[in-house]
Design a protein around this ligand. Structure first.
Ligand SMILES: Cc1cc2nc3c(=O)[nH]c(=O)nc-3n(C[C@H](O)[C@H](O)[C@H](O)COP(=O)(O)OP(=O)(O)OC[C@H]3O[C@@H](n4cnc5c(N)ncnc54)[C@H](O)[C@@H]3O)c2cc1C
Length: 399
């Protein structure tokens, strides 16, 4: 029987913390190294579909997740002029259709929930990774403060601009996706009662260079708004460039009365540019692997970036536990299972940008044909494939 193995995780974001929880439950010693000076409640809304919620269930955290979440009635794709929903995907039957609940929440609440499931002593702040190396018997991580640590394996969960990926695998890194978005969080206490229904609303107009997504977070106490627009250039990597309601409204002056009323209530407005990554040719080298956005950064069009990082976390922990005495082999098994699914959803997330507009019947048929020819399924089948996936069963079948 070998001694307890020591895993270093670079990045204390959603995927890194989930991986830390999953690995500790499989009896690994885990340390998390995060570049930020504090673990802040930044970000906007996050949708977690049934495939990811199954992981929270397996980690014993579904109850806590339920407490901070809102369960939407469905996805509604609305014409932003009339407000009428052209298409609906019911989500209140998510348990019977896809095997678990569909939750929406504030990213800060989700991050806090994950932090609370870990001892504070294993999360090391102000640790910006600048170099990673895999050796025969261990792997090392060097930080900007000049310190170096050794571990039996290193997980690069350092997000879309991953230093681990750049350092170990090279490549160009993430690039600006050509779209920027405004976000605002509206307190429901200040709003008319009928301003929003229980759906995740996708508002689109003619032309595919702008759309708006709105939904409840914080158990229905707030509405999260994302207003997305094409813009050729973007220079900041910050999530929180201050903006104004007026600046946002100027770009959405042609929306109908329902959406105009909602946007008109925005107070604090921020903007940021959306970045996207190329699929990584390889995730694993020796004792180092990638997880979450570091491996497969994707646009939020299918709402799956965080969901994929949770699926990754669970399956990674199971394979490492199975190959406790040969961790490089465990990392390769993890990559072999995770890469096809994550890469496919990454490609879909990029394709979907083309279809974010109020479409004619011919546009809709064309979209279905493109999905059928490229991914072998039309929209309902794709939702079943994404949401209905069960990482726990998948691991059991593969093991
Ligand atoms: C507008 C928007 C909406 C989204 N909506 C959804 C959604 O509805 N559903 C969904 O599933 N996903 C959604 N996503 C995607 C989701 O936020 C990401 O996929 C998810 O956060 C990825 O988790 P991660 O752990 O890989 O990276 P992150 O959560 O970004 O964490 C990376 C961490 O690594 C740290 N770090 C970076 N570099 C270093 C370094 N050199 N050294 C040490 N630490 C480092 C960072 O500070 C950060 O804490 C959305 C994203 C955006 C932008």
């Amino acid at each position: 029987m070998s001694a307890k193995k020591h895993i270093a995780i670079v990045g204390g974001g959603l995927g890194g913390l989930a991986a830390a929880i999953a690995l500790r439950q499989r009896d690994f010693d885990v340390e998390v190294y995060e570049q930020a000076a504090e673990l802040g409640a930044f970000g906007a809304g996050i949708n977690l579909s049934a495939n990811a919620v199954k992981v929270f269930d397996a980690l014993g955290l579904k109850g806590r997740l339920h407490e901070v979440s809102f369960e939407p009635q469905g996805h509604a794709w609305r014409n932003w002029t009339s407000g009428v929903a052209a298409r609906l995907l019911p989500l209140d039957e998510s348990v019977s259709r896809y095997g678990s609940n569909y939750y929406i929440m504030h990213r800060g609440d989700l991050h806090r929930l994950l932090c609370e499931a870990l001892p504070a002593s294993i999360i090391h702040l102000n640790k910006r990774c600048v170099a990673v190396e895999s050796q025969d018997q261990s792997a090392s991580v060097t930080f900007a403060d000049g310190t170096t640590i050794q571990a039996d394996a290193v997980i690069g969960a350092d997000g879309i601009h991953s230093a681990v990926r750049r350092h170990v695998f090279g490549g160009a890194g993430a690039r600006y996706a050509g779209t920027m978005c405004w976000r605002s969080l509206l307190s429901v206490a200040d709003l008319p009662a009928d301003i929003h229904d229980r759906c995740v609303n996708h508002w689109t107009g003619v032309g595919h260079n702008r759309f708006v997504i709105s939904y409840f977070v914080r158990q229905g106490k707030y509405i999260n708004i994302l207003a997305v627009m094409r813009q050729p250039e973007w220079h900041s990597e910050s999530w929180s460039v201050p903006s104004t309601r007026e600046e946002m409204l100027e770009s959405f002056s042609d929306v109908g009365p329902n959406l105009a009323r909602l946007l008109g209530h925005a107070k604090d407005v921020y903007k940021w540019g959306q970045f996207t990554g190329e699929p990584a040719a390889q995730w694993t080298k020796g004792r180092v692997t990638l997880l979450g956005d570091a491996a497969h950064a994707m646009l939020a069009t299918w709402g799956q970036g965080a969901c994929m990082s949770f699926e990754d976390s669970y399956i990674l922990a199971r394979w490492l536990a199975r190959y406790r005495d040969d961790l490089p082999a465990g990392l390769l098994r993890y990559e072999a299972i995770r890469k096809p699914r994550a890469t496919r959803i990454q490609a879909m997330s990029r394709l979907e940008v083309r279809f974010k507009k109020q479409s004619s019947i011919w546009d809709k048929l064309y979209r279905e044909w493109i999905y059928l020819s490229r991914f072998g399924s039309t929209t309902p089948g794709i939702y079943r494939w994404i949401y209905g996936y069960d990482p726990i069963k998948q691991w059991e079948q593969a093991a």
